[in-house]
Write a protein of this length. Structure first.
Length: 262
């Protein structure tokens, strides 16, 4: 199997620089410290999947020339991960058909309530010229589903919010972890092979009540044992070079537009 991941945006909710803290601890002379909010593009054997639609998704898709998707996966219902969803109507228009999106029950409920105009109506799933057409699919932690032959297993991420999911592709070929403090014990059991790539967040090095800090992130990487790990979702407390120096040789901080093949 062949795979590719593009880190469309590597920043946490405020981005870097942020309105409040500016560049913070980040060196403004390093372009890798400029970060839009986090969305991730995954392509496995030609199947094209977007993880989260951050508020910057329009420019991210344009810059990376991404005009077609087979599915969108949502990790949780926070604005920095969802509120670019309106731009998926352009994907509808390009493809001429509806687009399936997946998320936990609370995430799907949030999207259907707040973006009801985007949801396909019965028997109108291909009327996409004037009306957006997204099809919701509820998923559950530890229950696999398939997108065009790619096996995807949602895993439970704990303490960030009431419902947050990570995704294990093809039993562990690629593992994507969103905002978390720690993983459920059952999540590790869903990773049945050594990952070629693990992507996981580090909002701040010191950590917060709802976010893993650097020590917790390093422990998670050590437990999963990927061939390569990439740290994203970094706020202005995370300087690229400092995070790079504080992690192992097979771990690299993300930056906007970063491409990893596996």
């Amino acid at each position: 199997m062949s795979g590719k991941v593009i880190i469309l945006g590597a920043g946490a909710a405020p981005g870097v620089p942020s309105l409040c803290l500016g560049w913070g601890h980040c060196n403004p002379d390093n372009p890798k410290n400029f970060r839009l909010r986090t969305s991730t593009y995954v392509e496995i054997d030609g199947v094209r999947i977007l993880i989260d639609t951050c508020p910057n998704i329009r420019e991210q898709l344009i810059v990376n020339n991404i005009k077609a998707l087979d599915a969108v996966l949502y990790t949780h219902a926070h604005a920095d991960h969802v509120h670019g969803i309106d731009d998926m109507r352009e994907i509808n228009r390009i493809s001429g058909t509806s687009l399936n999106f997946y998320g936990g029950a609370k995430t799907i409920s949030y999207i259907k309530h707040n973006f009801s105009y985007l949801i396909s109506k019965p028997n109108q799933v291909k009327n996409v010229v004037q009306k957006p057409s997204l099809i919701p699919n509820k998923i559950k932690g530890n229950h696999p589903f398939y997108v065009k032959g790619v096996k995807i297993t949602p895993i439970k991420l704990l303490q960030h919010c009431s419902e947050c999911l990570g995704y294990v592709f093809n039993d562990g070929e690629y593992v994507h972890i969103a905002d978390f403090k720690w993983l459920a014990d059952s999540a590790y059991k869903m990773i049945k092979r050594r990952p070629k790539l693990l992507v996981l967040p580090l909002t701040t090095p010191m950590g917060q009540i709802q976010h893993a800090g650097l020590d917790e992130v390093r422990n998670c990487i050590a437990k999963i044992r990927p061939e390569k790990a990439v740290i994203n979702h970094m706020a202005s407390e995370c300087d690229y070079d400092e995070v790079n120096e504080a992690t192992a040789d097979n771990v690299e901080p993300a930056y906007d537009g970063m491409k990893i093949e596996f």
